[in-house]
Design a protein around this ligand. Sequence first.
Ligand code: G3P
Ligand code: MG
Length: 374
Amino acid sequence: QNHLQSRDQQQLRRFSFGVAFDIDGVILRGRVPIGGSPQALRRLLGDSGSSKVPFVFLTNGGGLPEHRRASELSELLGVKILPSQVLQGHSPFRNLLKRYEDQLIVATGKGEPALVMSEYGFKNVLSLEDYASLFENIDPVSQYKYWATKKPMDRSDLSRNIVPTCDIHSKSVKAVFVVSDPVDWGSDIQVICDILRSGGIVGHKGGTQPPLYFAADDLEYQAGAFFFVSSFINDFLLQAAFPSERLGLGAFRIALESVFNRVHHSPLEYVSFGKPNPFVFKNAESVLNQFQPADEHGGFKECGPVAHPFETLYMIGDNPFVDVKGAREAGQPWFSILTRTGVFRGEHNHAEFPADLVSTDSTKYSLSSWQVNV
Ligand code: G3P
Ligand code: MG
């Protein structure tokens, strides 16, 4: 009976709603918090510091393992974020582990794409940069890249656990993963075309195109940018948002696809993950369902799947084509909130993908459920 009672009590304290926050353009612009986002998150966390309201970050961004992104977010926002609350564009790549666990794969994008993949369990990962460095003159304009300081990978690096110990030149690349926004589009397009056209062994002719995976397909997004400022005393870094949206992973995909389809006889085959794919929202729902109020302070802890789904899940995003489209297609219990703090700046609702609610501020809404429950 005690067991039943405590279960009933837990059910009563369970929240009927959860929140999925987009990051870029809603919570942060680059590394700078937008509006009152730290205060809003603190409110969801309550006094005890452990979450009262289940929430996750549902971002198409990435480039760092989830635990590193969680620490970074905790530091930038001044609140404790768990790794399991961070769902990035590339997070579902871990589901492909069975297929590629021991195979040679190449990963590219800003941050540490090879580390991300090796932390998911992939055993033979090379960053595209390291892979390319093993082929002399693969990038014919590399000598003009005055910003590139990295030397060709030393053979001794092959002993690091994220680098395969095989002969790269004769080993076939089984898949290419675009983990986050590529840094050097020119070189990436060249080398990815080389890998895919050759069937996975650069320099060879023909062969089936190895699979290509993108973490997301955002055409544009609201980014932050770093600027070097020189003064008499010192050089320092300043960060500010560029006034208009920047080209994202989807733009890179279009560029790569256009080139590939001109240089190769059959069209590029690829799979894109991230929002607005409905499975991303399904997964967010099941992650949110794993959080329920449980400790004596009214906080919540991670626990197994629960029987009763949420009545409402709020997706708070700045991109109608990604955040709102995805929430709309995911259907019940998703409710979309479109903010004017990033990609979307329209006066009224978006015409093609109207949100359930549009707000100028990314963290203030009049929702009766919030007032009742928070
Ligand atoms: O590169 C990040 C961008 O594609 C979108 O991030 O947080 O707005 O989904 P987010
Ligand atoms: Mg966004």
